[in-house]
Ligand binder design. Structure first.
Ligand code: NAD
Length: 322
C-alpha cells in the first residue's frame, strides 16, 4: 500500500480518543467509519465529533458548510465486518487492556486485506504483546496520540518485534500528511516517552502535596506559570541549552544541573504506586482550584475544557501547526 492509496479510515472504539482521531481524519479529507460495541456509544461519538468540529468553526479555521460536509463523510456501525472490510488504515482505540486489544485485532484480521495498516492508540502497552496472536503482526504498530487527538500534534509510534519498516514508514508519512508530529521510538518502551515523563512529574506532584510542601492548586501553578509556559514553546533540552548562555546545554549541565540534581534527586519521590488516599485529595484540591479560577479561564469542567482548546489553537497557530 502507498500513502496515496489510503482513502478510507476506520476507527475501532469510538470513545474519547477514537472520536478525536476521527475528527482529525475528517478534517483532512478522509472517509471515516467509526465502530463501537453499542449504538448509544456511536450516538455519543457523533455528538463529540460535531462538538470537536465546532471549535474549528468558532476559530474560523473551517466554515459551517465544510463542517457539514465532514460530518457527512463519517459513517457509524456496530458491525465489525462493515467497519473494516474496505479500510486502508485502521486506528484502534478500544479499552487499554491486552486481552481486549488482542481479541479485537484477531477479529479485524478476519475481514481485512493483509495490506491494511492497523495502528493502536495504546497509551503504553507493548505492541509486540498486542500483536502476539495476530496472523500478520508485520502490519501492526503502536501510534499513541495525546488528548485531545484532533488538536495535539504528537503521535508516538512504536514498532513491535514483527512490525515491518515499510508499515512504519507508511504510517509515519500518513500522520505527517494529516499535520501530526510523529516520532518513532527506537525501541519499545512501556508508556512510550511522553507518558513516562508525565508519570514521573506527576509522582513528584503527589509526593510534594502529601508531604505538605504545597497545595494541589499551587503544584499546578508551579507547572503552568514556570516550566509549563516554556514547554509550550520548546523541549527541555533546548530550554537548558538557552539556560546555559554562551556555554550552551553542556555548560548548563556541568555548572548547574549536575551538582544541583545530585543534591535534589536523593530527596525526590521513588515510590511506584500512587497512594490510595490520593484520588480523593486530588479531586478536593481540583474542585477548590476550579472555584477560585478567574472566570476568563473557566470554572466548570466544560468551560475549562473550552479554555484549553482555545489556548491550544492559539498556540498551534503560533507554532504554524494550524
Ligand atoms: N484518554 C486519553 O487521554 C488517552 C490518550 C491517548 C491514548 N489513549 C488510549 O486510547 C484508547 C481508548 O481510550 P479512550 O480514553 O478513548 O477510552 P474510552 O473508554 O473513551 O473509549 C474506548 C471505547 O472502546 C469501546 N470498546 C469496548 N470494547 C470494545 C471492543 N471489543 N471493540 C471495540 N471497541 C470497544 C468502548 O465502548 C469505548 O467507546 C486506550 O487504549 C487508551 O489507553 C487514551
Amino acid at each position: 500500500m502507498k500513502l496515496n492509496d489510503i482513502k478510507k479510515i476506520t476507527c475501532i472504539g469510538a470513545g474519547l480518543i477514537g472520536s478525536g482521531w476521527a475528527t482529525s481524519f475528517l478534517l483532512n479529507g478522509y472517509d471515516v467509519v467509526l465502530y463501537d460495541i453499542k449504538e448509544e456509544l456511536l450516538e455519543l461519538s457523533k455528538k463529540r465529533i460535531i462538538n470537536n468540529l465546532s471549535i474549528f468553526i468558532d476559530k474560523n479555521i473551517i466554515t459551517r458548510a465544510e463542517s457539514e460536509e465532514m460530518i457527512a463523510r463519517a459513517q457509524y456501525t456496530t458491525d465489525l465486518e462493515t467497519a473494516v472490510r474496505d479500510a486502508h488504515f485502521i486506528q484502534e482505540s478500544g479499552p487499554e487492556n491486552y486481552g481486549i486489544k488482542q481479541s479485537v485485532l484477531k477479529d479485524i484480521e478476519k475481514f481485512t486485506d493483509r495490506s491494511t495498516v492497523i495502528a493502536s492508540s495504546t497509551s503504553g502497552l507493548l505492541i509486540t504483546e498486542i500483536a502476539k496472536y495476530a496472523e500478520h503482526p508485520e502490519r501492526c504498530l503502536g501510534a499513541h496520540p495525546y488528548n485531545p487527538p484532533h488538536l495535539i500534534p504528537l503521535v508516538e509510534m512504536s514498532k513491535g518485534e514483527k512490525t515491518s519498516q515499510e508499515v512504519v514508514d507508511l504510517a509515519y508519512g500518513f500522520y505527517k500528511k494529516i499535520g501530526k508530529e510523529p516520532i518513532v521510538l527506537q525501541k519499545e518502551a512501556l508508556g512510550f516517552i511522553a507518558n513516562r515523563l508525565q508519570a514521573v512529574l506527576y509522582r513528584e506532584i503527589v509526593d510534594l502535596v502529601l508531604r505538605g510542601v504545597c497545595s494541589v492548586e499551587d503544584a499546578d501553578k508551579a507547572c503552568l506559570f514556570g516550566p509549563g509556559l516554556r514547554y509550550g514553546i520548546m523541549g527541555p533540552n533546548m530550554i537548558f541549552h538557552l539556560g546555559g548562555g554562551e556555554q550552551g546545554i553542556k555548560g548548563m549541565m556541568q555548572n548547574l544541573a549536575i551538582p544541583a540534581f545530585a543534591l535534589w534527586l536523593p530527596d525526590v519521590a521513588k515510590w511506584e504506586k500512587i497512594p490510595e488516599e490520593w484520588p480523593d485529595i486530588a479531586q478536593k484540591g481540583v474542585n477548590e482550584a476550579m472555584a477560585k479560577r478567574d472566570p476568563y479561564s473557566g470554572n466548570t469542567t466544560e468551560e475549562i475544557a473550552k479554555f484549553r482548546d482555545d489556548m491550544l489553537i492559539s498556540l498551534l497557530k503560533l507554532h504554524k501547526k494550524l
